[in-house]
Design a protein around this ligand. Structure first.
Ligand code: HEC
Length: 154
């Protein structure tokens, strides 16, 4: 490569890096909702143990007691985290519990759909052993009953 060409590509790389840094800084100013609204109504858990499992593996996305990790303050990761919490709470919120909620909880835990795998990687404590999972599922059924999701044959 000629020197002129080399200089040109270096310049392009430099501009690209500066642009990325600039974008990274700018997106930090986009507002992200990390609020924990007050706890209104909690389910009547069948045992403290079941509640303990839920706190360990579910509360960050399905309650108003979310522990916001440091990385949830850094865009763009913060957007994913806030979005998970928002849609998690919309589907099932253990802090705004309504009668009849949570009937699908046993099934999603049993099938390993919940907690989300991306969450487990960053929160190994939420990774329940098979025994813990079985115990948790039992507790969830005792607390909420169970309903299989429609349209799934397994
Ligand atoms: C990292 C965040 C996160 C964690 C932790 C988490 N969930 Fe979820 N959960 C979600 C999101 C996001 C949705 C909405 C998924 C969707 O709409 O596709 C959801 C949906 C659900 C649903 C509704 C499923 C459906 O398809 O209708 C149930 C039930 C549920 N979660 C139970 C649990 C239970 C029980 C735990 C703990 C073992 C748990 N979740 C842990 C984020 C999470």
């Amino acid at each position: 490569m000629s020197d002129i060409k080399k200089n040109k590509s270096r310049k392009i790389i430099r501009i690209a890096i500066y642009s990325l840094i600039f974008i990274f800084v700018v997106i930090q100013f986009f507002p992200v909702d990390r609020t924990n609204p007050p706890v209104k109504n909690e389910p009547t858990w069948d045992s403290p143990k079941t509640k303990g499992y839920a706190i360990r593996a579910c509360y960050d996305c399905h309650s108003n007691k979310t522990k916001w990790p440091l990385y949830s303050y850094v865009a763009p990761i913060s957007w994913f985290v806030a979005d998970h919490v928002k849609s998690g709470r919309e589907d099932l919120n253990f802090s705004e519990y309504g009668t009849g909620d949570g009937k699908e909880a046993a099934e999603v835990v049993e099938h390993g759909i919940m907690p989300l795998s991306s969450y487990i990687i960053l929160h190994p404590i939420a990774n329940l052993t098979d025994e813990e999972k079985a115990e948790f599922v039992k507790g969830l059924v005792a607390t909420f009953g169970r309903k299989e999701k429609k349209g799934e044959d397994d």
